[in-house]
Write a protein that binds this ligand. Sequence first.
Ligand code: NAP
Length: 308
Amino acid sequence: MPAFKTVALIGIGLIGSSLARVMRDRKLADRIVISTRSAETLKRAEELGLGDAYETDPAKAVVDADLIIVSVPVGASGAVAEAIAPGLKPGAILTDVGSTKASVIQQMTPHVPEGVHFIAGHPIAGTEKSGPDAGFATLFDNRWCILTPAADADPAAMEKLSRFWSACGSKVDVMDPQHHDMVLAIVSHLPHIIAYNIVGTADDLEAVTKSEVIKYSASGFRDFTRLAASDPTMWRDVCLHNRDAILEMLSRFMEDLSSLQRAIRWGDGDKLFDLFTRTRAVRKSIVEAGQEVDLPDFGRPAAHPVKP
Ligand code: NAP
């Protein structure tokens, strides 16, 4: 794809810095301007050589930008849109990467000046790490990126943004923001909430000691701790900004959990076996769809030495 002349990255954590790295590696921008809230993170981005220019004032960072990507916690989207609005030039494409979409659109849209094309987006790619050191250029490879344009979005801007994400390695889907929020509530938000909850429960237990939880964690607990180590600010904001969809999925989940509890209490082995067979097939489909590799340790190289 033809490179954008100037891309402004507002927020340079895991996602922003991964975008900076992939843009640099695949030459997707002639110039990358970076802005972030704290002087400390901006300095780190500069040390890592993530951009061509660094700005503390977000409005100055976007002045010449043809593409502006906002990568901040979803609760900060409105304030960031307001801060950059005076610098946005007509014809520029403004997008974001937030994990919830209806709320981000509601927060940002009132600040978007006439002539600027705002198309919200969400790359379904990430890790439990945060900050500019955590990013890597291949993060988006073979992962979906969902765009949630308004009904009257500019087709040329949509095309350009889709091609940008494809060049970053993603497969692009288009969705209604409310539908996005419902889908993500089950595939991402609920799993994180369950992980936070189970790790919190284990941490509160008195009958089983903390050292036992850690010592025997490879029996299953460890896989939840990866999700439960995710950024607290990001996930607080996701919970607060996708409240309705998460509450709906949580009530479905609790109903199903009660049914599972009943099956265990009444010794209904057939029910348990049928459910566990069905769920095993779900993982097989995810592997077949290329979204996971069929290796132990959840697809991660088991290279880390196991301490005796
Ligand atoms: P991150 O690594 O924690 O980085 C957050 C960035 O946002 C930093 O530059 C930080 O600036 C800035 N920021 C934090 N609070 C802010 C505020 N109140 N106002 C303005 N800027 C603020 O986060 P991330 O993982 O890149 O996530 C960024 C966005 O991507 C979030 O909306 C998240 O929902 C979405 N997302 C995340 C993942 C994932 O797996 N992590 C995946 C897909 C989408 P300072 O460091 O300078 O304070």
